[in-house]
Every structure is written in C-alpha cells, then in structure tokens.
Design a protein around this ligand. Structure first.
Ligand SMILES: [Cu+2]
Length: 528
C-alpha cells in the first residue's frame, strides 16, 4: 500500500515536473508558432553549368538538397540559416509579414551572419502562397543566393491538380562586382548598348516626359488588353525598346537555359498551377504561356480577381500564380519568359507522357517594350483593404542618373539617415513619382500594400509587396501601419538598390539599434 502510494506520488510528481511543462510548452508553442524544430538552411557555393561553361554560384539548401523552405502556414516559420560561405551573408524572407527583427536585412534589422555562423528565425505565419527568400547582403543575389518560399495551406494545395514552382533569374559570366564597376564607369555590359546612349540617359534624373518620344521606335513585343475577349495578350507594336542598364548573357528558369530546359511531366486534361518567381537581380520579364490559356490567380502571393490571358508582366521580385489546363489531347507546352528590353528567353516545358518536346531557341526574333501599367490597371484585390481614408500621405520620388551611376529616393542616395516616418494605427499612402527612363520595382518590407491610384485614376488594385513603377507614371499604394519597426523601402533592381535607391519606413518609437547606415557605408562604400 505504502509502496503504491509512493508510486502514485512519484507519478503525480513527474506529471507535475515533466508532463505538465511539456504540455504547456506544446500548447504555448502551438499558440506562438514555435513548437517545431528549426529547418537548417545552408547557404553555400554550388557548381552550375551555363551554356557549356562551369561556374560557381550560391544556393540555399536544406540538408536533403531541397531548395529553400516551404512550410505549412499553421506550423509557423522555424529556420536556422547556416552560413557556409567564405563571406558574410543575411537572408531576407521576401514579402512576409513578420516581426521586424526577423526581416533579415543587414545594418537595418540585424548584423550580417559571419562565415561559419548561423542565425535563427522563428515567427508565426500570417500569409500563404508564393514568396521567396534572397540574400540582402551586398551583391549576392546576382549569384543566385535565393530560393523559393511557398507557404502551404489546404486551400493553396486545392488550387490545381499539380503545382510547379518556376524561379526566373538573369545570368552573366561577369561577376556582380564587374557588372557594377561597368555601370559606374559608364560602360555597362555594353554589348548591345551604343556609347552615345549614355549621353542620352545622363539627364535621366531630370526629365522623362518626352524621352519616349525622342527614342527611336522599332517593332517590339508588348502586352495588350484584348477588350473583346477580355484577356491579356502579346502584341507586336511600334514603340521604343525598353531601356535597361544590364545586358545579360542568358536568362535561367530553375537555373537552366532553354538549351536544356526543365521538362515537367503533366497529365492531359489536368490543371497545373505555375508559381512564377522573378528571382532575378536586374531583369524584368514578360511571361508567355503560348498555346495555353492561363488564369492569373494571385500576384506576390496575394489573391486577385482572376484574369485570363496568355501574356503577363512580371517585375523583378514579383510573383505570378498562373493556372493552366493541359488539353485532353496532351502534348508539350513551353512556358516562356522573355526579358524586358532584350531578345533573351528562358522557360520550362510542360509535357504529357510520350509527347515530343520541340527544340527551343534561347532568343526571340523581336525585343520587348518597357513594362507598363496595362496589367496593373486590370488587377483587383480579392481581399482589399478596409474602406478608410489615408491618414498620412508620403512621397517617394524615384530619380537617378547613369553618370554618375547613382539612384535616389526623394533626391537622396542611401546610406543616409533619412526615413519616411509613420505611426502605428495609421492608414498610410505612399505616392511614387518617377523621373527616370527606367522603371523601378519598389518593395516595402513587412507589409502588404494595396495599389489605390494609377496615373490619376482611383483603383481597388492588387495587394502586393512589390510594385513596378514604369517610366512616366504616378502610382499610390496604401497600407495599414500595424507592424512596428524600421522597414526597408527600395528598388529591387540590385544595382539601383546598391547605388542608393533605398530608404526606410520608420514607425514612431521603433527599435533602431540595428539600423546602422554608417556601418553599411563602411562595409560596402557609398554611391555618392
Ligand atoms: Cu530601380
């Protein structure tokens, strides 16, 4: 009896000491999203063969070789980034609404991760869909220090019979440092760029209004809206070729050129959801689904009212969720992406069993026009912001010059201590104006914003985290200031970001201990 009581009291004791805390931890973990063991993400050098040549690039891989990290929304985000490079790194979770100090931006929300060291990221997930991750340290993004980040829910899984992630990127045999040096010396990768073009763009910081008119026009590919059929289409028009500042050697889809594209096996009659990610450094894209009618379901991971078409615009860092149906007769269906202002192509092929895959060319016969607002004006958020007036209106004037190669927001190049200041609880509007010949894909960290005005027209546009601001346009986005901190707002063209087109949106009372523009200037230099 005594022995029994003893055992019972021991059991009670162990229940109190071990089981209770375990259960409590588990429940607490569920609530805070920290129950799971972290997934280790190794940032490391990997070999890559491009156009027959062996090069060394960077990958973000799990221990089993999985690229990136694609968690279940309910499990939360639990990652340990292990830096296996010989240099510092820092990974940003692009588009996620997360606590400020988990944002992964060196000299803004944390210190860089030194070689051989690691850093843990844990937070609950508020979104689902197509996101991505990339280094925010120096020019590492150009070396493919990036990977997909798909957040799964049962609803995301139910969107199609099969789902495919396609990462688009831009490739150069020149190192990112050489590319930047070329731009700064006024001799950008100029294979196709006549030297007198420099003079033309020299004053680009001042004026853009009539520049289009003075540029020579040619037959170029552009996106149009077919009003009759209510769909987005590819059209050949007479217009200036888009002005771009980096000319690449190749474009890649899932790290492969069209000489040897990824062949994705699909089934006749079934639906496929393509989750396209512009993981490029400086190259905007047009996405061509060819003979397959596509339905655009989401941009930047956020649902839009579905739009049909076969030709779509995709700015650097943006995403498109495109649903296609494989015809009953089967076949091979290339999904191609052509670079803005170039003839270069990349893509994947959807192929049913036994279909013969055609040989695909890496170049198109015609170049493309600049990205514009054709598509953006058609997009409507499925879940718009609540109806409420803007409390605080901020301006972001995008400017810059090719010589010197400096890009600015509100006249200033980063690093600096300027900030766009806001308070918690406000509905904030940011109006982008642009005085350069090149468009800028503008990314705000830590928030979803809605496009609410395009060129003077009020819209209930897409929810996004990255907005393409084309030359000559004026666009306003709005968001609710509900996530305190100091949040980067920057152009996602790597060489614009690196030479000044970066600022921060700062909440009143934010913890700014990691925001060290001076330290950044010391590490990377200053564009001025
Ligand atoms: Cu830019």
């Amino acid at each position: 009896m005594r022995r029994h009581r003893h055992t019972w009291s021991r059991m009670k004791k162990s229940f109190r000491n071990i089981l209770l805390p375990t259960i409590a931890c588990f429940l607490l973990g569920l609530a805070s999203g920290s129950a799971s063991e972290p997934v280790r993400l190794f940032v490391k050098e990997v070999p890559l063969k491009v156009l027959g040549k062996q090069v060394t690039v960077i990958a973000i891989e799990q221990a089993d070789g999985t690229q990136g990290y694609s968690p279940e929304k309910n499990d939360g985000f639990h990652v340990e980034v292990v830096n296996q490079l010989k240099v510092p790194t820092c990974l940003h979770w692009h588009g996620l609404i997360l606590p400020n100090l988990m944002d992964g931006v060196p000299f803004v929300t944390q210190n860089p991760i030194p070689p051989g060291k690691s850093f843990r990221y844990d937070f609950p997930l508020k979104q689902s869909g197509t996101y991505w991750m990339h280094s925010h340290y120096g020019l590492q993004e150009q070396l493919y220090n990036s990977a997909p980040l798909i957040i799964w829910t049962p609803e995301e899984r139910a969107k199609a019979d099969q789902q495919v992630v396609v990462c688009l990127s831009d490739f150069s045999f020149s190192s990112p440092e050489q590319i930047l040096k070329g731009l700064q010396s006024g001799m950008p990768n100029t294979k196709e760029n006549p030297p007198d073009k420099k003079a033309e763009t020299k004053d680009s910081g001042k004026m853009s209004g009539n520049m289009g008119a003075s540029s020579p026009t040619a037959e170029v590919i552009a996106q149009k809206w077919d009003d009759q059929k209510q769909r987005l289409i590819r059209a050949v028009v007479r217009a200036p070729e888009a002005d771009i500042d980096v000319k690449y050697d190749a474009l890649l889809a899932n790290r492969r050129t069209l000489d040897d594209p990824e062949i994705i096996s699909v089934r006749a009659g079934e639906s496929v959801l393509l989750r396209l990610i512009a993981a490029s450094s400086n190259q905007n894209f047009y996405v061509d689904t060819g003979g397959l009618e596509a339905e655009l379901l989401a941009v930047d991971g956020k649902a839009v009212r579905p739009i049909k078409g076969s030709f779509f615009q995709l700015g650097v860092a943006q995403r498109l969720d495109l649903k296609v149906i494989i015809p009953k007769e089967g076949g091979a269906y290339p999904i191609l992406a052509q670079g803005e202002g170039t003839k270069l192509l990349c893509g994947v092929v959807l192929s049913t069993k036994g279909a013969s895959v055609p040989k695909l060319s890496r170049t198109a016969s015609t170049s493309t026009a600049a990205l514009d607002n054709t598509q953006e004006k058609k997009l409507q958020a499925r879940d718009p912001l609540s109806d409420r007036p803007i409390d605080r209106s901020l301006s972001a004037a995008l400017g810059g010059t090719m010589a010197p190669y400096v890009w600015t927001i509100n006249g200033a190049a980063y690093p600096n201590r300027n900030s766009l200041d806001i308070r918690k609880g406000e509905r904030v509007g940011i109006t982008f104006t642009i005085s350069t010949k090149m468009g800028h894909p503008m990314h705000l960290h830590g928030h979803d914003f809605q496009v609410v005005e395009i060129d003077g027209e009020k819209v209930s546009g897409a929810l996004r985290d990255t907005l393409m601001v084309p030359p000559g346009s004026k666009m306003t986005v709005a968001f609710d200031a509900d996530n305190g901190g100091v949040w980067p707002l920057h152009c996602h063209l790597l060489y614009h970001l690196d030479t000044g087109m970066f600022t921060v949106v700062k909440y009143d009372g934010a913890d700014v201990k990691y925001w060290q523009p001076e330290a950044q200037a010391k590490e990377f230099g200053s564009p001025n």
